[in-house]
Design a protein. Sequence first.
Length: 366
Amino acid sequence: MHTESKAGDSSDAARAHGAAGRLVVVGVGGAGVNAVAHLADHGLGGVRLVAMDTSAQSLARAAAARRVLLGGAARGLGTGGRSATGLAAARAALDAIREAVAGADVALVVAGLAGGTGGGAAPEVARAARSEGVVAMGFGIEPFAFENGARRRAADAARSALAAACDATVCLETARAEVVAADALPLDVALRVADDVLRQAVEGLLALTAAPSWVDVGRATVRHVLTDAGPSCLALGLGRGGSPAEAAMRAALASPLADMRLLAEAGRAMVHVAGGRDLAVRDVEQALCLLRARLPVCCEVSVGCGLAPSLQGAAQVTLIASRGRSARQAAEGVGRGAEPRRERSHDAGHSALRSLWLGVPIREAV
């Protein structure tokens, strides 16, 4: 096992516990490393980038991130598509994994779900993050539809393992992204769609946790909504025109990549509206009315509103909603009384967001 921290990287100790370390993106395996490299190319600030793989050649693509070469029998040569080897490699590097995520509020664990390092190591990375008190959100990239047989079976197993290990799990179906982006999508562009979806998700999380705000959602609220939240949805919307916040909310609520039906039974929701200095109070109120019309009356809603100078004449909405423990228990016949806060645990019994669909305005991004 080998670790490498780049000079000037946000993984430096002084920054790891500051604003730049509150969100850490950990790319695991080839697809995860590519996604982290994509984020680095966009110069996204305020986030700690970490690349982990069993292949030294793969890690070379993420020169701007902190790099962790996972150990075990892989010996820097990869796993040959064997998830068990990826799992063993992660377990051999637990100290380095914990060090890479320590001090963060949320760890976004990104991996391809077709076996190998991503399918085997990513769940162990998530468990290590949670053992450090970090909320773990998995971002799984599913194989293409034509990748049937063994890779599809490996993806099913990897998806289940990642969901069991994480507080939250985002599963991006490549086929759905293809439909949204274009009818005749070139293969190389299709491979970048997931990376750009991830970039927008990271920007949305940064808006909720680190961006300057007039009305703050707060890091504790983000952790509360994501921890043990049950099935959830996360959507982003961009709006322009005379009522940009309302238009952005409509775009988020109509997201083709998100299962927005979950809003009807949500127990918790948080929304952040970002806009330029011309963002009007009335416009924000109308946007929130649209959201509340889709939520149960008893849903706990946290609202944030922030300044984004680049959005002059436009607005962006970041929405996360979850059923939450009490709503899920009510559906199972358990009483609606107040529930004591449960201590965090990283064992397999502490499940959370089993199916979190991500919705973003792909056409705005590609």
